[in-house]
Design a protein around this ligand. Structure first.
Ligand code: ATP
Length: 294
């Protein structure tokens, strides 16, 4: 991973007595879609704000395109398209005025693409932004983040406020197209089906710590729910190497297992157990199981 767009090392952040981020190390390679997953208050927005240089690193370091976003905002911010969780736009402007205003900051603004998005999102350029619905405001924000075709698109909870059609079809298409063009998308979400649909890589944040970070396929391949049948009956789950959760009774025990299949077969054999059922875990299950454990 030589070509890193974001390289965060041992980042910690405290607000008063609240530890919002703790020793976070995160690498986002160029190209592809990176999904940042976490429960409410896990630290997703705080992490994103460090990427944008809105927060300085109290300890550790943050590098975006090889620059420190606090020390070199000009090198960094012009190359990022950002949709904030708050979806803030000046209420006294009309949609077209917000677009013109934002365009002035970006030499690479693509007016043709902005017009296409305006139509795709069914926005009226003459409408005052104050009178837009929450979903329409989200569409304006998405347009503003996209129309200068940024090298890095940062979306904080992009689905929040968007209806299912925009979310499932249009957002998916936009995110995938951005990645297919060799650009990078970092988005935060607690909608696990969405992350599973969109992301190439994922990281799980829990209480300010990264508890898992890898390619999505690797994550999905490494967790299984497996039921073993043992010769002897037991009141306690027989200890299976790689198991992170267990339940059952007597001869049959079901485990959440982390590891590859070969290892599982070897581990079962060493216990004289038969694998009677095995299913991969969804990202949702993997998230819950890892958060509970940590
Ligand atoms: P959500 O999914 O609810 O948006 P999140 O994962 O984005 O949550 P953050 O907004 O990063 O979480 O917040 C992480 C923690 O840091 C929370 O406990 C939050 O209350 C705290 N926090 C964030 N910003 C501040 C701030 N400016 N001052 C004080 N505490 C803050």
């Amino acid at each position: 991973m030589n070509d890193l767009v974001i390289d965060i090392k041992n980042l910690s952040r405290r607000f008063g007595d609240k530890q919002a981020l703790q020793d976070v190390t995160l690498r986002v390679p160029r190209g592809g879609v990176f999904g940042l997953i976490g429960s409410n208050g896990a630290g997703k927005t705080t992490l994103i704000k460090h990427v944008l240089g809105s927060h300085y690193a109290q300890s550790g370091s943050v590098s975006v395109f090889g620059f420190d976003p606090v020390a070199d905002p000009v090198e960094v911010l012009g190359r990022i398209g950002y949709m904030s969780e708050d979806r803030e736009v000046p209420g006294w402007m009309r949609v077209q005025e917000v677009i013109d205003f934002t365009r002035a900051f970006y030499p690479g603004w693509d007016s043709g693409y902005a017009s296409e998005l305006l139509e795709l999102f069914e926005l009226d350029p003459k409408q005052k932004t104050r009178s837009l619905s929450r979903g329409q405001t989200a569409r304006v924000c998405l347009l503003l983040a996209l129309a200068h075709r940024p090298e890095l698109l940062v979306l904080d909870e992009p689905s929040s406020g968007l209806d299912p059609v925009i979310r499932r079809d249009i957002l998916t298409a936009i995110v995938r197209t951005t990645a297919d063009e060799g650009r990078t998308v970092l988005f935060s979400s607690h909608l696990l089906d969405e992350v599973q649909r969109l992301a190439d890589r994922v990281a799980i944040l829990n209480c300010g710590r990264i508890i898992l970070s890898d390619e999505l396929d690797t994550v999905l391949d490494s967790f299984h729910r497996v039921t073993l049948r043992f010769d002897g009956s037991s009141d306690l789950a027989p200890s299976l190497v790689g198991a992170i959760e267990s339940k059952g009774h007597g001869h049959e025990w079901t485990y959440v297992y982390r590891g590859d299949r070969e290892q599982l077969i070897r581990a079962a054999k060493s216990l004289n157990a038969q694998i009677v059922h095995e299913v991969p875990l969804s990202l949702d299950d993997i998230f819950v199981c890892n958060v509970q454990r940590s």
